[in-house]
Design a binder for this molecule. Structure first.
Ligand SMILES: [Zn+2]
Length: 467
């Protein structure tokens, strides 16, 4: 019998819930008895999975907006997760962790420069936490185009994980990864996950009631299906919050599944990076660009109306407004930093040092300056760089994921947008949002009647009052 390998990947992520006015997460309705959803999910998912040692057994990625929260609120749990990953790295020489772009944005909807910055920030933050770089990067919503894969390759990543329907040929053998050739001449490894196993784990609670039964009734029949010599790799990818939060006690299912149930049946427990080390890529495949794992219409969910979240006519104007704001903020950044910064985009790529390492912003600006700066010039550059950070954060995909504009996620996007606008005005005296207001006025909430421009302008005026 050929070698059969099995791996569960968990994607752990929470959106940025921090209010930019206060720097705190506001009290959230529905999260009782906890003050907010991140805290609630922490108790039902992150904590029990860390306690069970699951971060040593699975392949995982964990978004920076979540780890930074955990670092502040529950540092001992983040330490446990890091130690579990470090144990794998010490044993196997590869990581079972994957990095993630620093903000959870739909990569194909951003330009190459944004892709590069977010990949670099994500890798920087991974290295800071885990003490080394990973071999792979998880893409938000697994959304990609060839440029996204090229940026990953350029930044040294060996692989990512995609849904099987993102492959051009639906009849591919998904029990091995593939090399995707890129127009630049570079290439990227892709593991397409097993859609049946992933779907059953994610959406059929009966499948995950008992780990031994899962192996016997779900995993082994899938494995009997493939008649091919040579080692095979079965990957189940799912939302990490599933294990304990969306489905109670599945942290224990996971622990038992990967600590006996699988191996007792002669199945090997593996990780993508370990597989690649032992089985160099020898097959090629092609991918379908502008696709994802959670929208059945490509990436429409994050820019327009689609069947996954109908009645969402507010999405298109929100996307257009924020895209327009990105261009306007960037234009001011480039114009005003000319002659002052050595390279504005290199400075932005390095800005992770300020966000994650708490490097002093004055020192950071001085280190990237072309000449001696006045206090006014230093302050202006600090504001421009902070605006760049906010304008990247406002693109977090959560804003477009749900059904209505009047929710914390899209409203947070507008708050970060207002902050980016305000910081740019401090630096330049210009209001870059003015010309774009007619666009965001077309975004309206069906639930409450809220208009996007009213929300945005009220946030903008709050910044003026608070500073
Ligand atoms: Zn869709």
């Amino acid at each position: 019998m050929p070698e059969k390998h099995f791996c569960v990947h968990g994607h752990f992520y929470q959106p940025p819930r921090v209010d930019p006015f206060t720097g705190e997460i506001p009290q959230e309705y529905g999260a009782e008895p906890y003050p907010n959803w991140t805290e609630k999910i922490y108790h039902s998912c992150y904590l029990p999975n860390a306690n069970a040692g699951n971060f040593e057994k699975i392949s995982f990625n964990i978004g920076s907006t979540l780890t930074h929260w955990m670092e502040r609120e529950h540092p001992e749990t983040l330490q446990a997760i890091i130690q579990q990953e470090n144990a794998v790295t010490a044993r196997l020489g590869i990581s079972n962790g994957m990095a993630q772009p620093y903000y959870h944005i739909i990569m194909p909807l951003s330009n190459r420069r944004d892709k590069t910055t977010l990949v670099r920030w994500g890798l920087h933050d991974f290295q800071r936490m885990f003490g080394h770089l990973p071999q792979g990067m998880w893409l938000p919503e697994t959304a990609m185009d060839l440029e996204t894969l090229d940026v990953l390759a350029e930044e040294g990543m060996q692989f990512t994980i995609l849904a099987p329907w993102q492959a051009k040929r639906p009849d591919l053998d998904f029990t091995r990864p593939y090399r995707i050739a890129l127009p630049s001449g570079r290439s990227m490894g892709v593991f397409f996950y097993n859609s049946f196993l992933s779907g059953e784990i994610s959406f059929n609670p009966v499948a995950t009631e008992n780990a031994d039964r899962f192996v016997h009734d779900w995993l082994q029949p899938q494995m009997a299906f493939i008649q091919r010599d040579g080692p095979q790799f079965y990957l189940a990818a799912s939302d990490g919050e599933l294990y304990g939060h969306h489905q109670p006690y599945r942290d224990m299912f996971l622990a038992h599944l990967l600590d006996g149930a699988v191996e007792s049946q002669g199945i090997l427990r593996s990780y993508p990076a370990g597989w690649l080390r032992d089985h160099p890529l020898d097959q090629t495949a092609e991918v379908l660009e502008n696709t994802s794992w959670s929208c059945h219409h490509g990436i429409e969910r994050w820019r327009d109306v689609c069947g996954d979240a109908p009645d969402a006519t507010w999405k298109k104007p929100l996307r257009e407004f924020l895209s327009g704001l990105c261009e306007a903020v960037d234009q001011v950044f480039v114009e005003l930093s000319d002659g002052l910064l050595e390279d504005p985009w290199q400075a932005r790529d390095d800005y992770a040092q300020v966000i994650t390492d708490k490097v002093n912003p004055n020192e950071f600006v001085r280190a990237h300056a072309k000449k001696d700066l006045s206090i006014e010039e230093t302050n202006m550059l600090k504001n421009l760089l902070a605006a760049e950070n906010e304008r990247l954060r406002m693109l977090s995909s959560d804003a477009w994921f749900f059904y209505d504009l009047d929710r914390i996620e899209p409203l947070n996007a507008l708050k970060y947008a207002a902050h980016a606008t305000y910081l740019t005005r401090l630096a330049s005296g210009k209001d870059v949002s003015e010309a774009l207001l007619p666009i965001i006025s077309r975004a309206q909430s069906k639930a409450s009647g809220l208009h996007g421009d009213m929300a945005f302008l009220s946030y903008l005026s709050r910044f003026q009052l608070n500073y």
